[in-house]
Design a protein around this ligand. Structure first.
Ligand code: ADP
Length: 334
C-alpha cells in the first residue's frame, strides 16, 4: 500500500553510524531468543550444517533485522536482504536463490506480504534446497529440479497470524520478540550514546528509555534528537531535563505516547464514544493506513493498557482518559 510520510512515525531514519549490534554477545535483551540462537548456531556449526530456518515475529523496531545480521555473522555467511512485497514474481525469488552461496542467510522481511505464487517456490527451497522450473504447459509440461546451495532463511513478520500454515511449518525456529524491559532499554540507550559519542547521565538514560515504547529503534531515534538538543541548547551531556525538553518538542510524552497515538485515542474517545470501534472505521476517520495502526500504534497501547481489543473492536480504557486528562462522563455524554 501507499505509505505516507506521516504514517511512518519514529521509524525510518537511515543510520549513518551503525548502532546495530553485530554479534550475539553484543545483543542486549530478549534472553530466551539469544540463548536459543546461541545453542542452535553452535550445534549447526559443530555438525557443519546450515542453521534451521528461523521466523521472527513482533512489532517493528524490536531487532528482527538485527538478529538476521547477527545470524549471518555468527554462521560466517553473507546476508541477502529482501522483503515480501519486493518479491512480485516467482522469478524474483529464483533470481535471489540461485545466487546464494553455501552457508548464506536470506532475510525476507514482511514475509506475510509475499504473494502466494512466490511462496510456493519457497517450499522446495526451504525443504530440499531446490527450485522446480516448469517448462511448457498442459500435457507437455515438464519440470526440472535445480539444486541450490544450502542456506538459512530468516523470515520476519509483524503478523504471525497472516502466515500460511505450510510456510510457518517449514521454519524450525519460531520466536516472538516482545517489547524490551526498562533495564535492557537503559543499557541500549547507554551503548548507543557511547557509539554516538554523547555523554548521558543515569537519570537521562532512564527517562529516555521510559519514553521509547520498549523499542530499540525508538531509543536510537529519540537519542539523536536529544543529542542535537543537548549540543545546541545544553552543555553537551544528556540529563533528565534535556530529555524532557527535547522530547516535548517532538510531542513524545512521559509514556512515549506520540501525536499519532493521541489522534488515534481521541478518535476512539470523541468520535466513537470510547468504543468499541472497528479498526477500519478508526483508520478511515484518521485517514491513516490500517497496517500502520495495527503494526505500529496499537501493540504498545495494548501493552500499557490504554486500549483493549474485543471481538467488536477497540476500546479506550479508563487509563487512556486519565492519561489524556479527558473526563470520562463528559466525553461519553456528548
Ligand atoms: P526490526 O527488523 O524488528 O524492525 P531492527 O532489527 O531494524 O528491527 O532494529 C531497529 C534498530 O534497533 C537497529 O538498527 C538497532 O540499532 C537497534 N537494536 C535492535 N535490537 C537491539 C538490541 N538488542 N540491542 C541494541 N540495539 C538494538
Amino acid at each position: 500500500g501507499i505509505v505516507t510520510r506521516e504514517s511512518l512515525p519514529l521509524d525510518t531514519e537511515p543510520e549513518i553510524i551503525s548502532l546495530r549490534p553485530g554479534t550475539l554477545a553484543e545483543y542486549i535483551g530478549q534472553p530466551e531468543i539469544a540463548e536459543t540462537l546461541a545453542i542452535a548456531i553452535a550445534a549447526a556449526k559443530k555438525r557443519k550444517e546450515p542453521l534451521d530456518h528461523v521466523l521472527f515475529h513482533g512489532p517493528p523496531g524490536l531487532g528482527k533485522t538485527t538478529l538476521a545480521h547477527i545470524i549471518a555473522n555468527e554462521m560466517g555467511g553473507n546476508l541477502t536482504v529482501t522483503s515480501g512485497p519486493a518479491l512480485e514474481k516467482g522469478g524474483d525469488l529464483i533470481g535471489i536463490l540461485t545466487h546464494i552461496e553455501e552457508g548464506d542467510v536470506l532475510f525476507i522481511d514482511e514475509i506475510h506480504r509475499m504473494p502466494k505464487a512466490v511462496e510456493e517456490f519457497l517450499y522446495p527451497a526451504m525443504e530440499d534446497f531446490a527450485v522446480d522450473f516448469v517448462f511448457d504447459k498442459g500435457v507437455h509440461a515438464r519440470s526440472h529440479r535445480y539444486r541450490l546451495n544450502q542456506f538459512c532463511l530468516v523470515g520476519a513478520t509483524t503478523r504471525a497470524g497472516l502466515l500460511s500454515a505450510p510456510l510457518r511449518d517449514r521454519f524450525g525456529i519460531l520466536k516472538s520478540l516482545d517489547f524490551y524491559k526498562q533495564a535492557d532499554l537503559i543499557q541500549i540507550t547507554k551503548r548507543s550514546a557511547a557509539l554516538l559519542d554523547i555523554g548521558i547521565d543515569n537519570p537521562g538514560a532512564k527517562e529516555l528509555s521510559r519514553r521509547s515504547r520498549g523499542t530499540p529503534r525508538i531509543v536510537n531515534r529519540l537519542l539523536k534528537r536529544v543529542r542535537d538538543y543537548a549540543q545546541v541548547r545544553g552543555n553537551g551531556t544528556i540529563t533528565k531535563q534535556t530529555v524532557e525538553a527535547a522530547l516535548a518538542l517532538e510531542g513524545v510524552d512521559k509514556l512515549g505516547i506520540t501525536d499519532l497515538d493521541r489522534r488515534y485515542l481521541k478518535t476512539i474517545i470523541h468520535f466513537y464514544n470510547g468504543g468499541p470501534a472497528g479498526i477500519e472505521a478508526i483508520s478511515a476517520t484518521l485517514q491513516e493506513e490500517t497496517d500502520t495502526l495495527v503494526d505500529v500504534v496499537e501493540p504498545y497501547l495494548l501493552k500499557i493498557g490504554l486500549i483493549t481489543r474485543t471481538s467488536s473492536g477497540r476500546k479506550a480504557s479508563e487509563s487512556a482518559y486519565k492519561h489524556l486528562s479527558i473526563n470520562m462522563t463528559d466525553a461519553n455524554s456528548q
